[in-house]
Design a protein around this ligand. Structure first.
Ligand SMILES: *Cc1c(COP(=O)(O)O)cnc(C)c1O
Length: 298
């Protein structure tokens, strides 16, 4: 257990996050359970927020602004954090007004929600929009910025193994880059994209080059997105329902499906351990089930 302290308020977190062990297609796979860090602040979203919270406290901000889709794990985590640490939060939500369990929680946490059209959203996402809001601390979509990479990099200090094959899901790439920036010797990273993105590889390569990360240390897998971000089929749902620990349908379900496929095709090195990062996202299952008829077992 560890405490994160903000403005003299203590938040207890299950850090270092525990490691579980499962068998997938006959192969032992270790799972770093970032989903167990905190019930309302799970996974990579706490790691990405940590140094942003430190920074906004140092700068004396009382108002936080961020953006996301209506089911976003980032806005859910951020809303909890702002509620707990008594910060005002304004969230711009992409698309028409909707109701779902994620937004219900976010409202219970006291965040102010503003629905904006997709066109408006694109303008707002461009952070120069907030140059007239100097009192606001702006956190980008998905929580990914340089401070986020530092927080994610810390996760790697909790792993004692070297020479390990690490697996992580990809959304905006912040988690992958944070891990890459602090990868142990001889380890490499398998990245499973949750979205279909024509320039996925290019954009990521540019960011890696910018951070001086060696291209030989990561492998991009873009064949497990099931048609794109948020897309799914019954094969994915069946896989999730049979898996020994809870998985979300947007990120971790697709990653573990991909891991099983790669094990079956003998794509992993047989002599080096496999360690998958369970990035959380389980809060999204309620909204998914509400939309699609309670198909994921909870
Ligand atoms: C946000 C999220 C990701 C993607 O992280 P990025 O840093 O955007 O690549 C992966 N898994 C879960 C559960 C998430 O909530």
């Amino acid at each position: 257990m560890a405490f994160f302290i903000f403005a003299h308020v203590n938040l207890e977190l299950n850090i270092p996050s525990p490691i579980s062990e499962v068998e997938i297609a006959g192969r032992k796979v270790l799972i770093k359970r970032e989903d167990l860090i905190h019930p309302s602040l799970s996974g990579n979203k706490f790691r990405k927020l940590k140094y942003n919270l430190v920074n906004l406290e140092n700068q004396g901000h009382q108002l936080v602004v961020s953006f996301g889709g209506a089911y976003s794990n980032h806005i859910h985590a951020l809303a909890f954090a702002c509620h707990y640490f008594k910060l005002r939060l304004i969230l711009f939500i992409r698309g028409e007004e909707v109701n779902n369990p994620t937004l219900d929680h976010v409202e219970e946490f006291g965040a102010e929600i503003r629905f904006v059209t997709r066109t408006e959203y694109r303008t707002i996402k461009n952070q120069t929009y907030f140059s007239e809001w100097p009192e606001a601390y702006v956190i980008p979509e998905g929580g990914t910025n340089d401070l986020a990479l530092k927080g994610v990099g810390e996760m790697m200090t909790e792993i004692e193994l070297q020479d390990v094959q690490i697996c992580v899901p990809y959304g905006s790439g912040g988690t992958s880059l944070g891990i890459m920036s602090n990868l142990k010797p001889n380890s490499n990273l398998h990245i499973f994209s949750a979205l279909k993105f024509p320039s996925f590889e290019m954009e990521f390569l540019l960011k890696c080059r910018h951070l001086r990360i060696e291209a030989s240390r990561y492998i991009l897998h873009d064949e497990f997105h099931f048609g794109g971000y948020g897309k799914w089929n019954s094969e994915l749902i069946d896989f999730i329902n049979l898996f020994p620990i809870p998985l979300d349908p947007i990120y971790t379900g697709k990653m573990f499906y991909g891991i099983k496929d790669l094990i079956n095709r003998e794509k992993f090195d047989p002599d080096r351990p496999i360690l998958a990062i369970h990035t959380g996202g389980l809060q999204g299952i309620a909204g998914f089930n509400e939309r699609f008829g309670h198909i994921i077992r909870t």
